[in-house]
Design a protein around this ligand. Structure first.
Ligand SMILES: O=C(O)CCC(=O)C(=O)O
Length: 218
């Protein structure tokens, strides 16, 4: 990890530019690509209104069901396969990024999002984890790879104004404590802005979460 700075943008909301070094980015991407090549790879989720999301997803540890907005062990809204386990090496990166922002997390879920040139994600809160972690403010930690994403950071209510932040390849972002339930989204992908050496077209983000405070919480 090579974070030169930790920028607190709002209470509990931290941007860690350049958190992953180029070799670390390559390692994380290689891990994601190996998982993507497995039986339960990326797929395009369909949300409860019937439309498709504007990114592909690959859920590790637990699967996030885009129809029910709940976590489950199998991808019941897609192919019924079990969610692949979350590799320890990835989880450790999230633990360390959280610690750099002053938080602790024992991540057991990672949602990997893959955005093409026209990828985006609407403004939303991450609130489908168990109340025990939400109430404790256990953070969501994200890592970005490839092209930059224009990240929108809002407040605790949807109608509050948003601030745009460019998340570049290698950046980490942490929302915990009073920032845990802030609205956020991805407005657009800045095509061709990623480091050429990574060889990734588009953007990949990994967002780590802890489902419940008690180990093995259901
Ligand atoms: O791609 C990102 O950086 C944000 C992803 C996100 O908001 C989410 O997975 O909930």
């Amino acid at each position: 990890m090579s974070a030169a700075e930790t920028v607190e943008l709002a209470p509990g909301t931290f941007h860690l530019p350049g958190y992953l070094s180029p070799p670390e980015q390559r390692r994380v991407l290689a891990t994601v690509q190996a998982l993507a090549d497995g039986a339960a790879g990326f797929y395009r989720p369909r949300v409860r209104g019937g439309g498709f999301m504007h990114c592909d997803m690959l859920c590790l540890g637990r699967h996030w069901n885009a129809r029910t907005y709940t976590y489950e062990w199998q991808r019941s809204d897609h192919d019924g396969l079990p969610a692949p386990p979350l590799p320890l090496a990835l989880a450790r990166l999230a633990v360390d990024a959280a610690a750099a922002a002053g938080f602790t997390i024992d991540p057991d879920i990672c949602l990997v999002n893959r955005y093409g040139d026209d990828g985006r994600m609407g403004l939303h809160q991450d609130k489908d984890e168990d109340a025990s972690t939400l109430d404790a403010g256990v953070p969501v930690v994200s890592l970005s790879l490839g092209d930059s994403g224009r990240f929108l950071l809002g407040g605790l209510r949807r109608r509050e104004p948003t601030t745009a932040i460019e998340l570049r390849s290698g950046d980490a972002f942490v929302m915990g404590g009073p920032g845990r339930l802030r609205y956020h989204g991805i407005a657009r992908i800045l095509r061709g802005s990623g480091p050429p050496v990574l060889g990734l077209r588009g953007r990949v983000s990994l967002t780590f979460r802890q489902y419940a405070l008690a180990a093995g919480g259901s």
